[in-house]
Design a protein around this ligand. Sequence first.
Ligand SMILES: [Zn+2]
Length: 155
Amino acid sequence: MCLICDRIKMIQNGTNPFFVKELETGYVVIGDNQHFYGYTLFLYKTHNHTELFQLDKEEKAKFMEEMTIVAEAVNNAFHPEKMNYELLGMGDAHLHWHLYPRVSGDIGSYGNHGKGPVWWYPMEKMYSDDNRPTQQQLEQLKERLLTELDKLLPA
Ligand SMILES: [Zn+2]
């Protein structure tokens, strides 16, 4: 079974507390852990394909365009120094973008003297229960992101 398909099922039956908005090609969700404040994911709607290059030309262009809109909304909502964009899939091959708002010092002294990808920060710290948002924080994250998404998307 696929964790992302499970989360999408929860969105569809109204039980995913992290869900922000449905776009044409995917779903916007807030990350479970918020060490990287504003961490957001954009989940492709189906598990039919596991590589970007497998999508047909129009679908691929739309998925990429929508990802950048989500990234811009995250940027506008949470004001990082830099956005990071990642599509990996060795855990769950379901197409999904990790959108990480980055600020100086956010991986401590890990990586190359504090510089490098988020994944150089220890997994147990990144996924610690300490940085799960409270209910109130989660509502605030979702509201801020949705406000910025709605400004960028055609009504
Ligand atoms: Zn899946």
